[in-house]
Ligand binder design. Sequence first.
Ligand code: ASP
Length: 276
Amino acid sequence: MFALIVHGGAGQWHEERLPRAIEGVERALDVGISILAHEGSAIDAVEQAVMVLEDDPAFDAGTGSYANTDGDVEMDAIIADGSTGRFGAVAAIRNLRHPISVARKVMEDTPHCLLAGEGATRYAHANGFDFISNELLIGDATHPAHDTVGAVALDARGHIAVATSTGGTRAKMPGRVGDSPIFGAGAYADAACGVSATGVGEYIMRVLLAKFVADGIARGLTPDVAAQGGIAHLANIQGSGGVITIDRDGRVGKHFNTLAMPFAYVDGRGQRNVGS
Ligand code: ASP
């Protein structure tokens, strides 16, 4: 049994951009499924799925990221392996095609969990990751809102992994870091479930949204009910956003309180669903 869910961000999506975004999340889902169906690991599946979305300018992650008020793209990403309890993250990293892969390298090959700013960019450079110019990273500024990406997977060995990647919020201050690279806020994984969050980071951080949803599942809630509870909790402080989650039984949950959140998943019973 395996399961995978990906999202393309909870936000103020314009109707005409949704079909393209749904195509994008479906493509990422299929890449992840091709790994999981061949006994691949959850961590590989979420990394590869998010890489597809980082390359897709329809989303605010990697290529297509929002620039800050200086005109620079600064990206945040996190990957977490529920089977080991470890995570790696990068914050305010620049000129990187795949921030999620740098986050994985931080997790696997450094004594640290989170590298930020110039140090993170230098680390990626020293390790041969694909560099890309600021101009190529910036999404078409005439495009209306688009959003952060994330993925959660359960593999055949019962391991759960999660990945979240973002260019952050539109017109953010230079140096601003959102919830995405904060373990327990923008992502969380343990042996029982994985959660990826999206929305306005300044609110998500205050309620540790991903951990809040995981705590609900640990108390026995179904993933869907736990996801709804998380968004209600976020709404209590006037926050808006969305979450996706999978538990160790391959049950999927998702919920959002924004206009839309493109998603695609296959659950542990092989049920496939795509929507926004
Ligand atoms: N959570 C992201 C941030 O605040 C943005 C998003 O999910 O759209 O950086």
